[in-house]
Design a protein around this ligand. Structure first.
Ligand SMILES: N[C@@H](CCC(=O)N[C@@H](CS)C(=O)NCC(=O)O)C(=O)O
Length: 204
């Protein structure tokens, strides 16, 4: 398998799942600083110019984080990335959808790329983004409750929550609800997360 990512992006979620599975994969760091994702070669791979992308051994190209995470959970059942009962699977997908479509795309993207949302008043876009992220962390905190992981045991949903927590703490300098801080610290003790962080040269 070939895995396309850029360090410090949402692709961390898939990166850490690949490490959890322990399957051999070839990592390709896409040079965002050089806008490689908009170049011809990358757009042939993914016309959406986004990471993460996973290319399977038969050449099929998978995009969109929740879909790739679901694929990995079903293709590698021994890694136990998703419980087998339907209700838990739906809960995990619902959480991942909220993490990526709302908290990431409507929240963090406004903070990190404020000028693309409001060129005349980027601070207003950042403020809107922070409100979405704060509501997002409050909702995810309620979902986590007193459990160690979002579904009780580790699952694909935690891989999504991790990159939000990392962005919140390190890039956006936000304070997280106490149980999300504890979840983040717990994730950092997982060898797979440590291997992902080392490859991405990401500091906790
Ligand atoms: N909906 C996509 C979003 C992926 C996404 O926005 N990736 C960002 C990195 S966090 C990206 O590749 N951005 C490149 C760009 O917009 O130029 C998913 O969940 O996979």
């Amino acid at each position: 398998m070939d895995f396309f990512y850029a360090p410090g992006t949402c692709a961390q979620g898939i990166h850490l799942l690949l490490e959890e599975i322990g399957v051999p994969f070839k990592p390709h760091a896409v040079a965002f600083a050089e806008r490689e994702q908009y170049g011809e070669a990358y757009r042939k791979l993914n016309p959406k110019s986004k990471v993460p992308v996973l290319v399977l051994d038969d050449g099929e190209v998978l995009t969109e984080l929740p879909a790739i995470a679901f694929y990995l959970s079903q293709a590698y059942p021994a890694a136990k990335l998703l419980p087998s009962d339907l209700r838990s699977q739906v809960r995990a997908l619902s959480l991942l959808e909220y993490i990526t479509a709302t908290v990431h795309m409507r929240g963090f993207t406004r903070i990190f790329r404020a000028d693309t949302f409001n060129a005349t008043d980027p601070e207003a876009a950042k403020k809107d983004g922070r409100a979405v992220v704060e509501a997002g962390f409050a909702n995810l905190s309620a979902s986590l409750g007193e459990q160690d992981y979002l579904l009780g045991d580790f699952s694909i949903a935690d891989a999504g929550l991790f990159f939000l927590e990392w962005w919140g703490r390190t890039r956006a300098k936000l304070s997280l609800p106490a149980n999300l801080d504890a979840h983040y610290e717990r994730m950092l003790t997982r060898p797979a997360v440590q291997r992902m962080m080392a490859r991405e040269k990401a500091s906790p």
